[in-house]
Design a protein around this ligand. Sequence first.
Ligand code: PHE
Length: 451
Amino acid sequence: MSSGAPRSTWSSRWAFILVTIGSAVGLGNIWRFPYMTGAQGGSAFVLVYLLCVALVGLPLLMAEILIGRRGRGNPVSAMLKVAEENGASSWWGVLGWGGVLGALLILAYYSVVAGWIVEYMYQAIAGVKILTPEAAAQEFAGLMADPLRLIFWHTVFLALTVGVVARGVISGIERASLLMMPALFAILLFLVLWGGMVGNMRAAWHFMFDFKPELLTGQVVLSAMGHAFFSLSLGMGVIMAYGSYLDKHSSIAHNSFWIALADTLVGLLAGLAIFSLTFAHGLEASSGPGLVFHTLPLVFAHMPGGRVVGSLFFLLVLFAAWTSAISLAEPFVAWVTERLGVHRAVAAWGTGFAVWLPGVAVCLSFNDWSGWKLFGLNLFDQLDYLTSRILMPLSGLAVALFAGWIMSRENAQDEIRLPAAQFQLWRQVLRYVTILAIVLVFVYRLMNPDP
Ligand code: PHE
């Protein structure tokens, strides 16, 4: 299957952990998780979320790394190879495809949204001030109505992403993450401290961590599970691809633990930073574009040191999105490089172009093509629906079935190398709990489009 060239290996175990945290920490941690937490139960939600991570996120994270490292190849060839090793059908390779293509579809709209971040960062650095809620709404609506501006920033962001992937696994992806992730953590800590000094940290703390079990509904539990999936970059072949470059001797379980922990912590700290500043200005907590493009620019315009703090905040979001986007491109680029024997740079730029086109269509879906809808959704929402509600859970399910039921116990243990009792625990949770949970979320969210 593969070209036989020696595969890259991350420089160290911490490099792998940092690169994978880079994939996991993305827009989801900043514009979705904090509000979810506060509005859906505070610390009661945090407990439920941690449970979802423990029962679904962590077992799957380990399974993906396991398959990737065992197969030592891109997700498609890794699935094929491990299937063959276990005497299973080559149809499992098709399931590797689900993830790889899903990742490209996510990248198409992720890059458009990240483009908005670049524009807002540019404005923050330039010192543009948005002083009223009306002006903020108008500014954002203006951007949405302007196809050329949207396409321009989408192109800039995608080029940044592909530029890194083209340079290679170590000199591109690893090097970029080793620069961006520590900077991201530093900015985050600074923003939390700043929030403690000039913001209303007490109100933010109450919002995020008061124990509000009455807000926990069945729906909330399912949305927590769905978020754990998205936030840990599962079901898209991304973790598999990164796992395939992991040193044979590194512990899959320990690494996964640190990745899941850091991903959750970043979301919680981002919540404290964002909401302490938001509440200090008497504004409401919110999520999504409303938070990042309406509320926060207002906050920055009215606070001391707002230009610097605002620029740093958008830089943080840019790093979060950039490292995630890089990881979304890698599975397909790895496949093209290994399967077709094409030079990585050519594969990366070709992939970039293949993603750029649907991204342009996404840009147009906000304006010129906004009338074109399917099931009442524009292209942007369709892609989000297709990837996060259908492809991600289905291919996550395939991974769980594969690692839990198809791979032999010996085969899996040979790669995971945990003490017998812990290995058994991982395997049984994956075989029953994780699978049942994914099926539940999948069916429920398919029947109930919101949230
Ligand atoms: N985990 C990223 C986020 O939280 C998104 C992502 C999903 C990245 C799937 C890669 C694969 O924004």
